[in-house]
Write a new protein. Structure first.
Length: 97
């Protein structure tokens, strides 16, 4: 498993995204750090609401704005993943495309 780190254009270290790439099966994992800057009581309140099925209209997302010079690296990773997943032994149906 290869791990690649991409910093955010805004420079915030909490927006760093890790992309892991499995060279055997071509799977790509994207992991972004989620902020937990709320005070303890607010986090407990959020957890209780979640336990009772409350759905936030905003979800629990954060974002990374890829730096211009990281885009070719990202494209290269995805192209490698596509080549691996398009190989007949990694394609369950054997179909291309
Ligand atoms: Zn950012």
């Amino acid at each position: 498993m290869q791990e690649h780190f991409f910093g955010c254009k805004c420079g915030c270290l909490q927006h760093v995204t890790m992309i892991s790439f499995d060279e055997e099966c071509g799977e790509v994992y994207v992991e972004t750090f989620l902020n937990h800057y709320l005070p303890l009581w607010q986090r407990i309140k959020t957890a209780v609401k979640y336990a009772f099925g409350h759905k936030s209209p905003w979800g629990a997302y954060d974002c990374t704005i890829f730096k211009d010079n990281d885009v070719p690296k990202l494209i290269s990773l995805l192209e490698r993943a596509r080549r691996i997943t398009e190989q007949p032994q990694n394609n369950a149906t054997g179909a291309q495309g």
